[in-house]
Ligand binder design. Structure first.
Ligand SMILES: Cc1ncc(COP(=O)(O)O)c(C=O)c1O
Length: 468
């Protein structure tokens, strides 16, 4: 039995005990049983108070919170003198902290590759409010990667307009991108960080989909802001993420308000306050002090299993899926599956997005796949996965068509899709993690063959979509 098969049979035994085929690790990771036991043990036998004071139970909480900050920095090999950890509810909360406090102005820009999660796309509303321009960098080809040249060109254009091409500017704006696409699994180059910084940008690296199965070493790359959701890394706890930020970049942010926990001193009648001068200035109210130590527990677990081993395990499962899917055909020889993005294992993670095709080559509505797979206890994702830029590119929708559809739509998703001429509004996403097994891959491929091979197009009688 391999080490991962053994873990599946013990720490993750609940999957097979319940007959679950879990294929949504980019949605959420799954917890090992020992993580849950450690949580129960700690709160059953300890006594923890609100961390904002000096009493013994408060200090016990503060101690564990501080230990967890240190464990996070250690996990990313980050120098505590350079980086700080801000606890947030999730990666989205980390993006919002940056967006609402970033010094966007008329002369700065927000640069976004088209392959971004909506929690990063949404930064453009803060940029707009500050008078800054948002520029998207398009995909470079059918692999749904973005070329280094395209990135460099867009970042440099702004530089020459702003500074006449002379010298370095320290406030070009913000460049934000995902280390791993949550749509295609593509790994975008970490070298873009230094490129953008050299051209005067602060860089937000959305690491939410990357860090569960890849090592991010903050001693070799130095993004200004890194966003993470812990439940995606090891399943538990939910409701906690982090903004891991360079202290110098954090010092440039201007919070739009103060609150309990964030201030050094405040006067009510004097209309004066002074923010805390460290990461706590970004942590509103009382921290989730009973769950934050579970992050340290999760990191311990990940290091025991070995992140590099997890990476290899997931790469193997991804290759098994891609090879298996490429071999699936209808009896007439037509392919059963269309994969979006790279179809090999090169520079990618364990997220694969595809559509099922009928014998005439038409896309099977992803809502039907969602219903059919659910009936087989398969958990996968359908839709556009909050990444409209990648979806638009996958379905080859032009900007002109989009502009027309946006102008005329009544506002429902179905109406919008009809105006785009799309038979199906989304795709099917399968993603792997620590607890996944080759059996999960085979169960998915078997489901596709059993359900769709040679099946002609049918009227699925599906209900309207409610959200993208
Ligand atoms: C790449 C990426 N960024 C950001 C997010 C947002 O994460 P959360 O919903 O935990 O804030 C996700 C979630 O799927 C993601 O995959």
């Amino acid at each position: 039995m391999t080490a991962f098969a053994e873990l599946r049979a013990t720490e993750y035994a609940y999957l097979d005990e319940q007959g679950q085929v879990y294929l949504d690790h980019t949605g959420a990771g799954l917890p090992a049983r020992r993580q849950l036991d450690a949580h129960a043990e700690r709160i059953r036998y300890g006594c923890y108070g609100n961390p904002h004071s000096e009493n013994p139970t408060s200090l016990a909480s503060s101690h564990l919170v501080d230990q967890t900050r240190a464990a996070i920095l250690d996990h990313f090999n980050a120098d505590p003198a350079e980086y700080a950890v801000v606890f947030t509810p999730n990666a989205t909360g980390a993006c919002r902290l940056v967006g609402e406090a970033f010094p966007f102005g008329k002369r700065s820009r927000l640069v976004l590759p088209l392959d971004n999660h909506n929690s990063v796309n949404g930064l453009r509303e803060y940029a707009r409010a500050g008078g800054a321009q948002t520029i998207y960098v398009p995909f470079s080809g059918p692999d749904l990667r973005i070329s280094d040249d395209a990135i460099r060109q867009v970042l440099s254009e702004g530089r020459s307009r702003r500074s006449g091409g002379r010298g370095r500017s320290s406030a070009m704006g913000l460049f934000a991108y995902p280390a791993q696409s949550n749509f295609t699994g593509v790994h975008h180059p970490l070298a873009w960080i230094a490129t953008a910084q050299h051209l005067g940008y602060r860089v937000l690296l959305d690491a939410a989909a990357y860090v569960p199965t890849n090592r991010l070493d903050l001693s070799t790359v130095h993004p200004d802001f890194v966003t993470v959701s812990w439940y995606k890394v090891f399943g538990y706890p939910t409701g906690l993420g982090a903004l891991i930020a360079r202290r110098a970049a954090l010092a440039e942010l201007r919070r739009p308000w103060f609150s309990g926990g964030t201030i050094h001193v405040v006067s009510a009648q004097g209309d004066w306050h002074k923010m805390a001068d460290d990461e706590t200035a970004f942590e509103d109210g009382t921290l989730n002090f009973l769950s934050i130590p579970d992050i340290a527990e999760g990191l311990r677990w990940l290091s025991e299993v070995g992140l590099d081993a997890v990476h290899e395990h997931v790469a193997g499962l991804t290759a098994r899926l891609l090879t298996g899917a490429a071999a699936l055909t209808h009896t007439n020889g037509e392919p059963l599956v269309r994969v979006y993005g790279p179809t090999d294992g090169d520079r990618r993670g364990g997220t694969v997005t595809l559509n099922v095709l009928d014998p005439e080559g038409a896309i099977v509505d992803e809502r039907a796949v969602s219903k059919d797979s659910a009936a087989r206890s398969i958990s996968l994702r359908t839709g556009c996965f909050c990444n409209p830029g990648a979806g638009e590119a996958a379905f080859s929708i032009s900007r002109r068509l989009l502009a027309g559809a946006v102008r005329r739509t009544t506002g429902t998703i179905d109406d919008y899709l009809q105006r785009l001429g799309l038979p199906s509004g989304g795709a099917v996403r399968v993603s792997f993690g620590l607890s996944s097994s080759p059996g999960d891959v085979d169960a998915f491929l078997g489901f596709i063959v059993d359900t769709y091979r040679d099946r002609p197009r049918t009227d699925t009688g599906l209900t309207p979509r409610e959200r993208c």
